[in-house]
Design a binder for this molecule. Structure first.
Ligand code: GLP
Length: 627
């Protein structure tokens, strides 16, 4: 039986501050760092900072740069130690952490080069031990780390301390976990190119810091944040060791807080306002906790699980169960565009107008097919006017081998079939030359990025054809923010929103499907979603916008939880197979993306356990609620 406790802290074993947006957290963190630097300066001592890489610290670094440029914060008296570095990468490799730190921070502030310390990813194998020992000694010689900034990987790692790292571990070489390599796949244009090893400070090294803040954004981090903050201290989640540190805190955004007890199960902590969403969440949770379908939940089970409040407001259980069961039942619809000529009182989408203009945004060319391929299939089959809009070209994820293959085929055609293709031959040779010049890890010049984008266009057209969608219904925006940036470091502009606005004005959708609301804010999908939101806000007075519904779908990492679903599109085994077949048309899918049909099957199993019909798979959607 679960007993109600009085405060969130009784569950949270690390002080956790939830900010409504990551930029606010970044500003608060930068202010603390600034205070430290200034206090140390006054005392005539250097401030020693431990720094992290990844997307999470990017807004924090941007704020530090702003403080330097606009408010004259000097870093002359700062010494830094970075947590880790990929092993085997040259320092100027675009994905090396040294390069990342230079681009994101060091090149924009006045820190002396000699004060920067980052493990050397190219140290020869027989010198790794000495290098790591020297790194530890350098930290001690600087007086220890005053303030350590940390991110968290999905395996729960801090630095690169993968599961199994002991509390006492020191700086050393480590083998990267499969999940970590999956997460880095896009950066390296494919999992196979992600380094297998890294040099990282150990857990013991990190815990020696006097003060630490771990930052995490987006719902994809919510599960691991909850494990670290509320779970047992364990080598399985190295961030959980922070529970034993006297001055460690988590700064997280609202998305990353979703799995904390105070957010997920607030009724265990204190009084709850029983909104319809909260009620549905509680009932779904109870059903899965006691492993009983919704209609079989009893008054006793509600009471024993901290839900007596809910019963007294909305009970008895019999009536509450039926109400929630019906709500869940009404989310199921095989008619994502609305069922023409049917009573739509309890259907997720309105019946009229029919047919509808459905606009499907895919942040990169593969995302929509991976996440909602079968719904696209349905919409087309049910006679709606479907337009798939690929927001970015996705070219950064295409491996060089794709370009090589294309150029080689072109050369072969020119030499065997197509006489007089001299321009094409020149083009293909030029491409091959560019490939050779930039080497395995060099940055792609614009011509290569362009060709990689075209290859993905071909893949999307091919996959969409498998779903019955004609070529002319696919539009490629190649949003400028993506074309001029790299993963984790993009910056959007008005040019991006005006490109999206043109699509709205021209197509005037009745329905929009989009993703990215809950993702890490620096990810392509989150940036794309924010652009859609901004553009919609600009268009809100237009007739089409007032009547347009916006359906959120989730990407590959995490499906919507059952209580969050407003529309569940069930798939038969054949429909799932069609989606799987469409996915095989993509060559550059990550293993997570390839496995996405499994998430659809899991959602179907969850509906089954709640006592609803058991389908082969379900694609799920949440209605967008303006905040
Ligand atoms: C890498 C880094 C970690 C970082 C993690 C999360 O694994 N070695 O230090 O915390 O990525 O990165 P992101 O902030 O991009 O999610």
């Amino acid at each position: 039986m679960l007993h109600r406790r009085s405060t969130a802290e009784s569950y949270e074993k690390i002080a956790t501050v939830i900010f409504d947006h990551s930029t606010k957290a970044a500003v608060a963190l930068a202010k603390e760092v600034r205070d430290l630097i200034e206090t140390k300066n006054k005392a005539g001592q250097p401030a020693v900072l431990g720094l992290a890489t990844g997307s999470s610290p990017v807004p924090f670094y941007r704020e530090l740069i702003r403080l330097h440029k606009e408010e004259k914060l000097s870093f002359k008296n700062v010494i830094t130690f970075n947590l880790d570095e990929y092993y085997g990468l040259d320092t100027d490799h675009p994905e090396s952490y040294r390069r990342f730190m230079n681009d994101q921070l060091f090149d924009h502030i006045d820190i002396p080069k000699k004060s920067i310390h980052i493990p050397d990813g190219k140290v020869p194998g027989d010198q790794i031990f000495d290098h790591c020992r020297d790194y530890e000694a350098a930290i001690d010689a600087a007086g220890g780390i005053d303030f350590q900034i940390l991110g968290i990987g999905r395996t729960g790692h801090i630095g690169f301390n993968e599961p199994g790292s002991s509390r006492e571990s020191l700086t050393r070489r480590i083998t990267l976990d499969r999940i970590t390599r999956q997460d880095a796949a896009a950066d390296f244009r494919g999992e196979e190119n992600v380094p297998r090893f890294a040099i990282t400070m150990g857990v013991g090294t990190i815990l020696r810091a006097k003060k630490l803040v771990l930052i995490a954004w987006g719902e994809n981090k919510a599960g691991v944040v909850a494990k670290a903050v509320e779970g047992p201290v364990s080598e399985a989640v190295s961030a959980s060791f922070l529970q034993d540190h006297p001055d460690a805190r988590f700064f997280i955004d609202s998305g990353a807080s979703h799995e904390l007890t105070r957010r997920k199960l607030p009724w265990l902590i204190g009084p709850v306002k029983w909104t319809p969403q909260e009620t549905r969440r509680a009932v779904c949770w109870l059903s899965s906790s006691v492993n009983e379908p919704v209609l079989k939940l009893t008054d006793e089970e509600y009471n024993e699980h901290g839900l007596s409040d809910l019963l007294s407001e909305h009970g008895p259980s019999y009536e509450l169960n039926i109400r929630i069961f019906n709500q869940l039942q009404h989310t199921i619809s095989g008619w994502p565009g609305g069922k023409p000529d049917a009573d739509d009182t309890f259907r997720p989408e309105r019946a009229k107008p029919y047919p509808k203009r459905a606009l499907i945004f895919t942040p990169e060319p593969q995302d929509a097919v991976v996440s909602i391929g079968a719904t696209i299939d349905r919409l087309v089959e049910q006679g709606h006017e479907v337009r798939v809009v690929s927001m970015t070209s996705g070219n950064l994820r295409v491996p060089d081998s794709g370009v090589n293959k294309f150029a080689s085929i072109l050369l072969e055609i020119a030499s065997t079939i197509a006489e007089g293709w001299s321009e094409q031959t020149d083009y293909a040779r030029h491409i091959l030359q560019l490939l050779a010049e930039k080497g395995e890890f060099g940055e792609d010049p614009p011509l290569l990025r362009q060709l990689k984008g075209l290859i993905l266009r071909g893949e999307l057209r091919d996959a969409a054809q498998g779903l019955g969608l004609a070529q002319e219904n696919i539009q490629f925006l190649d949003l400028p923010f993506y074309e001029s940036g790299r993963y984790r470091r993009f910056r959007t502009s008005d040019e991006d929103t005006s490109t999206i606005a043109k699509v709205f004005h021209e197509f005037k959708p009745h329905q929009i499907y989009a993703t990215g609301d809950a993702a890490d804010p620096s990810s392509v999908s989150a940036l794309c979603f924010r652009l859609i939101e901004q553009t919609l806000a600009q268009c809100q007075k237009e007739d089409w916008a007032a009547a347009c519904s916006l359906w959120i779908y989730r990407g590959k990492e995490k499906a919507l939880a059952t209580h969050e679903i407003d529309m569940a599109v069930p798939l038969s085994p054949n429909q799932l197979e069609r989606k799987e077949r469409a996915l095989t048309r993509y060559h550059s899918l990550t293993s997570l993306e390839r496995e996405s049909p499994k998430l659809n099957q899991q959602t179907a199993q969850q509906y089954d356990s709640l006592g609803l019909a058991h389908y082969e798979a379900i694609e799920s959607f949440q209605r967008w609620r303006r905040t």
